[in-house]
Design a protein around this ligand. Structure first.
Ligand SMILES: *Cc1c(COP(=O)(O)O)cnc(C)c1O
Length: 380
């Protein structure tokens, strides 16, 4: 299906990374013009963008989409700064680098925060969250990373949401690497705010993040964020007032994201996209296993977003030369980000399909032979 978007003829490699990632030609094409940020045409694009983002989250009127210039971390910082007040307290559920980052952001903002931690290969346990909320009534908000991109681990979003809601606390979800593929439905799951960015499963280019936030939480957040730029209450008020961004928007990034969102709809929505990613993942995992590589995560907690593999312990394997050899063949993979083990990662998201992964596996098999020969000498 992906013949048109496979290896680019211009020699640009395929990105097997969790964002920026490989985009479709029409998404990049959408950037080839200028827009006046306060002109009607762009105001209409912003309105459609916000409507589509809320719709992908399952928003049915109670939630609104608030885009913000910057990378994904910017929207996480903005959301935490806007929703957690000086007399409130956030419980961060951590089993990877992005959970740690939310904790660091909250503390840097001078807000009270507590952490519950699990090893990087274990999912968040809703029962432990339940105990923590029962034991500490001062906790007003809970934050979870939906897919921990550190490993590709899928946390139990619905179960944690139910626990948080049953204790009457607010729930923030970093859905950066899941939004647009893995099902998130704020109409069904009690979630106060979902945060994501343009350049992951939505398959846009990098440059903006957004949060889909419960309108009543945003209304109550007036004057909470001490930051002018990162105040999502004011950002939202700006959109509501005149349809415009408060400060210069990344107009080309917004145009590309809008094209990518329309494409998501014609592809069949998040469910269809997830099927493509799952097929990518399955081909990759089976092929790599055949080649002797081992996945870091157990199958039950693995999201088909990014795969973490142990580095082989064989003497021929050196990650830098493995990486370089793959890059020379047009595939950019991703180093590991784990504290516990030597790993590397291969992303399954972006405008890529099963054929790309079949070609990748052929390339990996060839590189392994070359590198073994370089160490052992040719086999006769
Ligand atoms: C990508 C990502 C982020 C944001 O990273 P940026 O580099 O700031 O875009 C945050 N959380 C998760 C889970 C991510 O995958």
């Amino acid at each position: 299906m992906n013949d048109r978007i496979r290896m680019r003829e211009d020699g640009v490699p395929i990105l097997l990374t969790p964002g920026p990632l490989t985009t479709r030609p029409e998404t990049r094409q959408a950037m080839l013009r200028d827009w006046g940020s306060r002109d009607e045409a762009f105001i209409a694009m912003t309105a459609e963008l916000r409507r589509r983002l809320a719709a992908v989250a399952g928003g049915r009127g109670g939630h609104v989409a608030v885009p913000l210039q910057g990378s994904g971390t910017f929207i996480v910082e903005a959301t935490i700064g806007t929703l957690i007040g000086a007399d409130e307290k956030l419980l961060v559920l951590i089993n990877g680098a992005y959970g740690e980052r939310m904790l660091a952001i909250t503390r840097r903002l001078g807000r009270r925060a507590e952490a519950l931690r699990w090893p990087e290969d274990q999912a968040v346990d809703p029962a432990a969250v339940e105990r923590a909320l029962r034991d500490d009534p001062a906790i007003t908000h809970v934050a979870l990373v939906h897919c921990e991109t550190t490993t590709g681990l899928l946390n139990p979003l619905a179960a944690v949401a139910a626990v948080v809601a049953s204790h009457g606390r607010a729930f923030l979800v970093d859905a950066m690497s899941s939004f647009g593929a893995l099902g998130i439905d704020v109409g069904q799951t009690p979630i106060t705010a979902v945060m994501a960015s343009s350049n992951k499963c939505l398959e846009g280019v990098p440059g903006l993040g957004f949060a889909v936030i419960e309108e009543k939480a945003l209304l109550a957040a007036k004057g909470v964020n001490p930051s002018l730029c990162f105040d999502l209450h004011e950002q939202w008020q700006g959109f509501e007032r005149n349809g415009q961004w408060r400060f210069t928007p990344p107009v080309q990034v917004a145009a590309a994201l809008l094209t990518a969102l329309r494409r998501l709809e014609t592809e069949g929505g998040p469910a269809a996209r997830l099927r493509r990613y799952q097929e990518n993942f399955d081909i990759l995992a089976q092929g790599m296993t055949r080649l002797g590589f081992q996945l870091f995560l157990a199958p039950g907690i693995q999201a088909p977003i990014i795969a973490t593999f142990y580095q082989p312990t064989a003497p021929w394997f050196r990650f830098p030369s493995f990486y370089q050899a793959l890059a020379a063949r047009g595939f950019l993979i991703y180093p590991g980000k784990l504290s516990q083990a030597d790993t590397f990662r291969i992303g399954c998201i972006g405008a890529i399909g099963p054929d790309d992964f079949r070609r990748l596996l052929v390339a990996i098999a060839a590189i392994m032979e070359e590198q073994k020969e370089a160490v052992d000498g040719p086999v006769h």
